[in-house]
Design a protein around this ligand. Structure first.
Ligand code: PHE
Length: 341
């Protein structure tokens, strides 16, 4: 019996130490110490021992039970520690590593300027009107009183889609005047920003695609002084109070009378500098009273209604506001440039 217990001691302790998982370890514990286990089987034979031998064997058996229990507990702790270590190893998080930077975009500087202008006009009761960039020559030219021989209709100036010069990329936002007057009934107050296209070579001040903002007011009793007062107010809001303006006579086929609005150079105060190209003045927009022919062409009676309109370039405004010297920067979309705004 002593030999059997010794054999069990050796085999069980070795199996426990070699055991590789908590489940197998539990199986081993039952195998050795359970009710039907190997130690119990040995103890059953105690009855055959003599009275002197019995307590000695009993003590040996108790010692063996305690040792196996202790070995199981020790191995269990080892396995648990190993599992934790493996988990830690697998889920390593190095908090000193640099994070993955998510680059968030933000609004293009030119659209900041556009939003500012929209706000000013919305505050005065204007509505934003949207329309097509692919336009009929009828809307881009004819209905705007621009006759067939006008140089802006030339194929060297305008992008046409069809050989009959019927469909084109709009060269100005002024066709939005026509759309607005056809869609709406007076009183009309709209602002129509958008892209326009002209066959220009790219340089510091030109691009074949650029943005304009068209404004149109049609109502009873609208006069040139409304035009001047409104645009002066807008200029003050954009360029600051006290900005000096000048309305200079001009010609547009769809307005009569027509003018261009200049502001006195805010850099040099009118003396002449690189910003105003030595002129002392910076041209801001074209404007005028809507031509009676244009009104009646849209079904609005020029004897009852009158209106004024303006068109201004957005890029130039943004360049001025952000002191950007080259228009190409606006379109190149280099994040190193755009991130500065
Ligand atoms: N469409 C004109 C241009 O592109 C500007 C303009 C708009 C002039 C409205 C008068 C009225 O130059």
């Amino acid at each position: 019996m002593k030999e059997k217990m010794q054999a069990l001691r050796e085999s069980s302790l070795k199996a426990i130490v070699d055991c590789s998982s908590a489940e197998l370890l539990e199986d081993l514990r039952v195998k050795y110490l359970g009710k039907k286990g190997e130690l119990t089987a040995i103890l059953r034979q105690m009855g055959a021992l003599s009275a002197e031998e019995r307590p000695v064997m009993g003590q040996l058996a108790n010692q063996l039970r305690a040792d196996i229990e202790q070995a199981v507990a020790a191995r269990r702790a080892e396995l648990a520690a190993g599992a934790l270590e493996a988990k830690l190893e697998k889920e390593t998080l190095d908090v000193t590593m640099p994070g993955v930077k998510k680059r968030l975009g933000h609004k293009h500087p030119m659209y900041n300027v556009l939003d500012q202008i929209k706000d000013i006009f919305i505050g005065m009761g204007f509505e934003i009107e949207d329309g097509p960039e692919v336009e009929l020559a009828d809307y881009n030219f004819t209905k705007l009183n621009i006759d067939e021989s006008h140089p802006s209709r030339d194929w060297t100036d305008t992008f046409y889609f069809t050989p009959d010069s019927r469909i084109l990329l709009r060269t100005q936002t002024s066709p939005m005047q026509i759309h607005a007057m056809e869609r709406r009934k007076p009183p009309i107050r709209i602002l129509a920003p958008g892209r326009v296209y002209r066959k220009d070579e790219v340089d510091a001040t030109h691009s074949p695609m650029f943005h304009q903002i068209e404004g149109l007011v049609v109502d009873k009793g609208v006069t040139m002084s409304d035009l001047k007062a409104t645009l002066n107010l807008v200029v003050e809001k954009i360029y600051g109070k006290g900005t000096v303006t000048r309305f200079r006579p001009h010609h547009f086929p769809f307005t009569e009378p027509s003018c261009e609005l200049d502001i006195q150079c805010h850099k040099c105060g009118g003396k002449g500098c690189p910003t105003c190209k030595g002129e002392g003045w910076i041209e801001v927009l074209g404007a005028g009273m809507v031509h009676p022919k244009v009104l009646s062409g849209c079904g609005i009676d020029p004897d009852v209604y009158s209106g004024w309109a303006f068109g201004m370039g957005l890029e130039r405004l943004a360049l001025g506001e952000y002191k950007i010297t080259d228009m190409r920067l606006i379109f190149e979309n280099d994040v190193r440039f755009l991130e500065q705004f």
